[in-house]
Design a protein around this ligand. Structure first.
Ligand code: ADP
Length: 500
């Protein structure tokens, strides 16, 4: 039978999804299943690995059933996943020793503080491209080994560590391969992204025995065949990539300087940084965009904590709109914000400002300020924050890239997209398929099994649905950006509480 379909397993933080695409990149169907979040202590977040596996397999079976395709028509499957989330399991029985520690979990903040106090920050940054943080897998694994007193068993090779890609591959692919791909490895704080190897110095820093680490493979690579029990036929599992990396690929950002921004609850921006490692001088992370034929392409990464969540706040707390989508009509009911700026630093400011203690602030109100101006300022703040990342990336690469590709729920807002184009002075491209994460890993899988002969061919299915070109004149842009900068500076000033 003709093998014309590609399947993405998109294992996210709140749900497991499966998406079927045609080889031309058209979406045929999707199915999702949510699973439970566990919060055993303040700031702690866990998932049950059994739930992750069961919901992932169920969503795969459901989408195949709903679309009515025959499993033997699937050319390849790719896995994309919530990053950094850490699982530890028994190599013999496959049984996990503990719930998965989720990327959001802050339980290892004190482990990270210790690494910083010991003076390891620079080494970590230079080797991994990351800033030491509890977000990454390394200290989560260290915590598991401590809490379960499992280091000896780990040393004997009785245990396996994996991020979610690795855990799914081990459980869904025949023969239980213990692998991860370079993009996921790059988020562990244990992987040297120059040498593309687990790094002895980093392993020693976090007291991690090498024997429990997975083999690191390319992002587009046939790991093995899907277990027959799952769909009744063997299918090559041929790609793995962290969700943001897959989205960059799904947006066909193959040239240095091309970037994508995902406008969800938060915003995630990644820019292709080429084949030379580049340590950011502007507070961004460096990561592996993907690895093909043993060769990594690097990316710069930054995130906005309050993206679409700013609109949720205006909706749920301020009650200025009933639905997020109403924000557009309200914002465009006025000509501008009348000098109002909202800096939604509710949980601090991330790259490139990095202030943990910054807090949300509204500037420039007059007696005439109403909810329209404030909602407009809220939407604009998403674009200003994204622009701060974008300009920082451009400074790091020493060039103005000129095009930004977008996805995520808030890209439905045309006002936001146009304002982003205006304020960043760059053309914004919104693609027809907004499922770029799933598409990206499906394309990577197709590339591994020969559905596509090269990178260029994978991009043939990428189409612009709408383009937004800058139309603001330079002086206005400069003036508005100046206002935003003053607002952020004032927020940073406020965050520096210098009372003795
Ligand atoms: P996530 O994957 O993080 O849950 P989504 O990609 O589903 O996020 O996007 C949802 C976010 O986008 C919400 O924070 C919501 O407030 C925002 N959003 C959705 N539609 C609009 C819109 N038309 N205008 C502005 N914000 C929107």
């Amino acid at each position: 039978m003709n093998k014309r379909y590609l399947v993405a397993l998109d294992q996210g933080t709140t749900s497991s999804r499966a998406v079927i695409f045609t080889a031309e990149g058209r979406m045929l169907g999707a199915a999702a299943q949510e699973f439970k979040q566990y919060y055993p202590n303040p700031g702690w977040v866990e998932h049950d690995p059994g739930d992750i596996l069961a919901t992932q397999i169920e969503s795969l079976r459901t989408v195949v059933r709903q679309t009515g395709i025959h499993p033997s028509e699937i050319a390849a499957i790719g896995i994309t996943n919530q990053r950094e989330t850490t699982v530890l399991w028994d190599r013999k029985t496959g049984k996990w020793l503990h719930n998965a520690i989720v990327w959001q979990c802050r339980r290892t903040a004190s482990y990270v503080e210790k690494l910083v106090q010991q003076g390891y920050s620079e080494t970590i940054r230079e080797k991994t491209g990351l800033v030491p943080d509890a977000y990454f897998s390394g200290t989560k694994l260290q915590w598991l080994l401590d809490a379960l007193d499992a280091r000896q068993r780990a040393e004997k090779g009785e245990l396996c560590f994996g991020t979610i890609d690795s855990f799914l591959a081990w459980n869904m692919v025949k023969g239980h391969p213990h692998v991860t791909d370079a993009t996921n490895a790059a988020r562990t704080m244990l992987f040297n992204i120059h040498t593309q190897q687990w790094d002895d110095e980093l392993l020693k820093m976090m007291d991690i025995p090498r024997a429990l680490l997975p083999e690191v493979v390319d992002s587009s690579y046939v790991i093995g065949m899907l277990d027959d029990d799952i769909l009744g036929v063997p299918i090559p599992v041929a790609a793995m990539a962290g969700d943001q990396h897959a989205a960059l690929f799904g947006q066909a950002c193959f040239e240095k300087g091309m970037a994508k921004n995902t406008y969800g609850t938060g915003c995630f921006m990644l820019m292709n940084a080429g084949e030379e490692f580049k340590l950011s001088e502007n507070g961004l992370l460096t990561t592996v965009a993907w690895r093909l034929n043993g060769k990594p392409t690097y990316a710069l990464e930054g995130s906005v904590f309050m993206g679409g969540a700013t609109i949720q706040w205006l909706r749920d707390e301020m009650k200025f709109v009933e639905k997020a989508s109403q924000s557009e009509a309200l914002a465009t009911s006025v000509a501008d914000t009348d000098g109002v700026y909202l800096v939604p630093a509710f949980t601090g400011l991330g790259a490139p400002h990095w202030s943990m203690y910054a807090r949300g602030t509204l500037f420039g109100m007059t007696r005439g300020t109403g909810r329209a101006q404030i909602v407009r300022a809220g939407l604009e703040s998403i674009a200003y924050q994204s622009n701060d990342l974008y300009q920082a990336m451009a400074r790091d690469l020493g060039s103005a890239p000129g095009v930004l590709r977008v996805d995520g729920g808030a890209t439905a807002n045309d006002f936001l997209m146009q304002f982003q184009a205006d304020i960043s002075n760059t053309s914004i491209q919104r693609p027809a398929v907004l499922e770029t994460t799933a598409l990206g890993v499906a394309l990577l899988a197709g590339l591994a099994v020969g559905v596509y002969s090269d990178l260029k061919e994978t991009a043939s299915g990428w189409h612009v649905e709408k383009k937004f070109v800058p139309s603001m004149d330079d002086s206005e842009r400069r003036q508005r950006l100046h206002g935003w900068k003053r607002a952020v500076d004032a927020v940073l000033y406020w965050a520096r509480d210098d009372m003795e």
